[in-house]
Design a protein around this ligand. Structure first.
Ligand SMILES: Nc1ncnc2c1ncn2[C@@H]1O[C@H](COP(=O)(O)OP(=O)(O)O)[C@@H](O)[C@H]1O
Ligand SMILES: [Mg+2]
Length: 490
């Protein structure tokens, strides 16, 4: 392979970037640079980055993705819950003005190229897609595992079934649109959310009547009885159901009255919730599954998570993204040509792949899909890059599959020890790496294949290498609190 990624600067024993200490920009000198580089191929493993907030995680991941995007043709998908990469297409030119390391503050933004154009020119060739308002979730992907808090289990179950039903109705409309048009009384060319809602109403009414019709069977006579059988037929499609139901009610309007008086609370209630969810989701929901996979091209994709406003929508979006990637790679594997690997970056990974799914039921379906990627992803060419402040809350199953480990500053020794256990450091490594509690921003330890393929080589006893993270050259996205709030009001 041989692509080399420049991640940072070598450090002194005191964790300072060695090349920058004499106040002269090392990029002005002729000497070779004391950078820290890794072989891109070492990233074809699952990786886990663990550090506390403010340690420089997003800055490091930004730098890493820049290097990967510049020096490989990999597909890179970033789930971005904090809008850290919303400005990823914009170079941050300010870093080239007067780069230096401030030894008192022990910080500095330290680029590895002398001039902005050395970055901006090649960066123009990197295709970056921001998936936000333009990413629609097919109704069929709605994740039903959402508990409604104070509602009892039965109601939750009804809600989950109703969500699933919405998905089925949507896929039925999608594939039988021409024939369903007549029953729904519509003239347009493709199903919309309104049609799904309408079909849902019809189905629920029809399926409720099945029970009622059976109870009142004797009153109905033969014709109605046959219709009732049609309604009760397993696998009957929603439109056939509604058609049978319409005939049934037309055949006996007095009966209709009676049926209406029967209680059908649970289903109605559940359907009410689903309809509310569908309406809130609005244009973010696509009735039809996209005809082309959203990740077809080997580009950089930033998925702007906060634009999905409800838990259901965020969970469904995640499921959709993970399924699309899996489908794409599975298809390539089956056709015998795997074109390029995919790296899936997941920030706040302990929320998306939690050890305790009861605390986050919306995550349970996605956790299963991600476990499958953790177990089989290497075969399929999909690699996870997980970022978390709480690896002890991360699914241990997935955490144990991460061979590359990156550790930046951690708040205190207790937190570090718990996390070290969770990510599988040995006792000796835990003792040796405990200095991360004194790390300043931007310092990192790496372990595993990434360190083994790094230059300089890792420490022999710990297997770890450390470095000062070089400048992220794209603009940091999330709103950061400045110092303006300090001081008098007037
Ligand atoms: N290697 C670095 N060099 C210079 N500044 C850095 C470095 N790493 C982080 N910073 C700065 O420190 C702050 C916190 O970094 P950030 O990546 O947002 O932390 P985290 O994602 O861990 O919360 C940011 O303002 C960022 O610009
Ligand atoms: Mg961050």
């Amino acid at each position: 392979m041989g692509a080399t990624l420049t991640l940072g600067w070598q450090m002194t024993d005191d964790n300072m970037p060695r090349s920058w200490l004499d106040g002269v920009n090392p990029l002005d000198r002729a000497e070779p640079l004391e950078t820290y580089v890794v072989d891109a191929d070492s990233l074809r493993n699952h990786s886990l980055l663990f550090a506390q907030s403010g340690s420089g995680k997003s800055f490091f991941v930004g730098r890493l993705i820049e290097e990967m995007a510049l020096h490989t043709k990999a597909r890179i998908v970033v789930l971005d819950p904090d809008s850290d990469y919303s400005l990823f297409h914009e170079p941050n030119l300010g870093i080239y003005d007067n780069p230096r390391y401030n030894a008192l503050e022990r910080s500095g933004v330290l680029p590895t190229e002398r001039d902005a154009v050395k970055f901006t020119e090649p960066w123009k060739t990197v295709p970056i897609h921001h998936l936000s308002a333009n990413l629609q979730i097919p109704v069929t992907k709605l994740v039903p595992h959402v508990f409604l808090g104070d509602l009892d289990q039965q109601a939750n179950f009804a809600y989950a079934s109703a969500l699933m039903m919405a998905g089925r109705v949507a896929s039925y409309l999608e594939s039988n649109w021409e024939s369903s048009k007549i029953e729904l009384g519509v003239t347009c060319n493709s199903p919309t959310l309104d049609h799904v809602l309408r079909a849902l109403d019809i189905c629920v009414t029809a399926s409720d009547r099945v029970v009622d019709v059976k109870r009142l069977g004797i009153k109905l006579g033969n014709h109605a009885d046959n219709l009732a059988k049609e309604i009760a037929r397993p696998g009957a499609d929603p439109i056939a159901l509604s058609k049978a139901h319409l005939e049934l009610s037309a055949s006996n309007s007095a009966l209709e009255q009676e049926l209406d008086n029967l209680a059908r609370l649970t289903t109605e209630q559940a359907l009410g919730f689903v309809k509310m969810q569908l309406r809130i989701a609005g244009t973010r929901l696509a009735v039809a599954h996209p005809s082309q996979n959203i990740f077809t091209r080997p580009d950089v994709y930033i998925v702007d998570t906060p634009t999905f406003s409800t838990t259901t929508m965020r969970a469904s979006m995640l499921q959709h993204v993970v399924d699309e990637l899996w489908d794409l790679h599975e298809l390539e594997i089956r056709s015998g040509k795997l074109s390029t690997p995919t790296f899936l970056f997941i920030d706040e990974a302990h929320q998306i792949i939690p050890s305790d799914v009861f605390a986050r039921p919306a995550a349970s379906t996605t956790r299963e899909s991600l476990r499958r990627i953790a177990a089989e992803g290497r075969k399929y060419g999909i690699y996870l890059f997980l970022i978390s402040q709480r690896p002890d809350k991360l699914d241990p199953w997935v955490a144990s599959e991460c061979r590359n480990k990156i550790i930046m500053r951690v708040g205190n020794l207790r937190v570090f020890r718990e996390a070290a256990l969770a990510i599988g450091l040995t006792d000796a490594q835990t003792d040796e790496l405990a200095e991360v509690v004194r790390f300043g921003t931007g310092r990192a330890f790496v372990l595993g294949p990434i360190a083994a393929a790094g230059n300089p080589q890792p420490d022999r006893t710990t297997g770890a290498a450390k470095f000062y993270v070089a400048a992220r050259r794209t603009r940091e996205g999330s709103a950061k609190l400045g110092a303006e709030w300090l001081g008098e009001r007037i």
